[in-house]
Design a protein around this ligand. Structure first.
Ligand code: GLV
Ligand code: GLV
Length: 331
């Protein structure tokens, strides 16, 4: 009989069509825009050969145990993989009773959309667009004033990138025409090939904080980057600087960020990701005018979400056939 596949969400049409037309799998899906309840997931993964998930599903020991030794392929419709317990996956791959579980993910297809949104969020924050639109609409626009709603401009600025990958490069390429003076970056080690594409200079974390007028977090969330944007970083930043995060909420210590924004240690922050998600509407960060918060939409263009679903579907099918995946995460 055909391999059994469980899809944990209503994914965009391209991906679904690829799975359906393949004739290669027996498909079952959680046909909803909302996450599958945990209990339902644990029930449905039992005996599956393949699992296609999105970033809201925590794929940990409990899910892998529930799936059992039939599970061969895990395909996530995301570039981020912090929701997958890599240690548990490795452990199972090492044990004899399990087949090696192969993992697919969706880098590159979302790079343009994420970089574009990051620029939009940066400008919305630095030029105070949300606050300004609100003032215009609610009667705050008494007259044209010389210093009203002034912000910070990209021209002649230094832009710092925390974690230089494909997305960081794409952001810098888009910011360059705004006449940025200098790009700097930090990472666990220098990335000369990527850095050369944008003439970015490798600096220490402290120098990144001290010299950046705009600091964008573009790193993966790993044990090493957990809460890496904390009091130490914010206190080193300029009072006139802007912090942007389109990676994962977990890279930020949110209490420290709140303090930095509330006390004017930094000028503003634009966040597409938070801890938790959704961020409760009564969260203190929502009370700050200098903080722009978006509901994790960086990859949210029709084209990109469709491409992500197609890639996730093709990764899954390739994995089940025992072929090379287009984008495989090597554990
Ligand atoms: C989005 O956050 C992703 O990881 O694809
Ligand atoms: C602004 O609108 C100006 O004319 O300076």
């Amino acid at each position: 009989s055909l391999p059994r596949v469980y899809v944990t969400r209503k994914v965009p049409p391209d991906g679904l069509q690829i799975l359906r037309k393949s004739g290669q799998v027996q498909l079952e899906l959680w046909d909803s825009d909302d996450p599958v309840p945990r209990r339902e997931l644990l029930k449905k993964v039992k005996g599956c050969d393949g699992l296609l998930c999105v970033l809201t599903e925590k794929i940990d020991a409990e899910v892998l145990d529930a799936a059992g030794p039939t599970l061969k392929v895990l395909s996530t419709m995301s570039v981020g993989f912090d929701h997958l317990s890599l240690d548990e996956l490795k452990k199972r791959s090492a044990a004899d009773v399990y087949t090696r579980i192969r993992v697919g993910y969706t880098p590159e297809v979302l790079t343009d959309a994420v970089a574009e949104l990051t620029v939009a969020l940066l400008l919305a924050t630095s030029r105070r667009l949300i606050e300004a639109a609100h003032e215009a609409k609610t009667g705050g626009w008494g007259t044209w004033r010389t210093q009203w709603l002034c912000g910070y401009e990209l021209a002649n600025s230094t832009v710092g990138i925390l974690g230089l990958g494909r997305i960081g490069v794409a952001i810098a390429e888009r910011l360059k025409p705004f006449k940025v003076k200098r790009f700097i970056y930090t990472d666990v080690e220098p990335r000369p090939e990527l850095a050369e594409m944008i003439q970015a200079e490798y600096v220490s974390m402290d120098d990144l904080a001290r010299q950046s007028d705009f600091l964008a977090a573009c790193c993966a969330l790993t044990p090493e980057t957990q809460s890496i944007c904390n009091k130490n970083l914010f206190s080193n930043m300029k009072k006139t600087s802007i912090f942007i995060n389109t990676s994962r909420g977990g890279v930020v210590n949110q209490e420290d960020l709140y303090e930095a924004l509330a006390t004017g240690e930094i000028a503003g922050a634009g966040l597409d990701v938070t801890t938790p998600e959704p961020l409760p509407t009564n969260h203190p960060l929502f009370t700050l005018k200098n903080c722009v918060i978006l509901p994790h939409i960086a990859s949210a263009s029709y084209t990109t979400r469709n491409a992500m679903s197609a890639l996730a579907a093709n990764n899954l099918l390739a994995g089940l056939r025992g072929d090379r995946m287009l984008k495989e995460l090597h554990l």
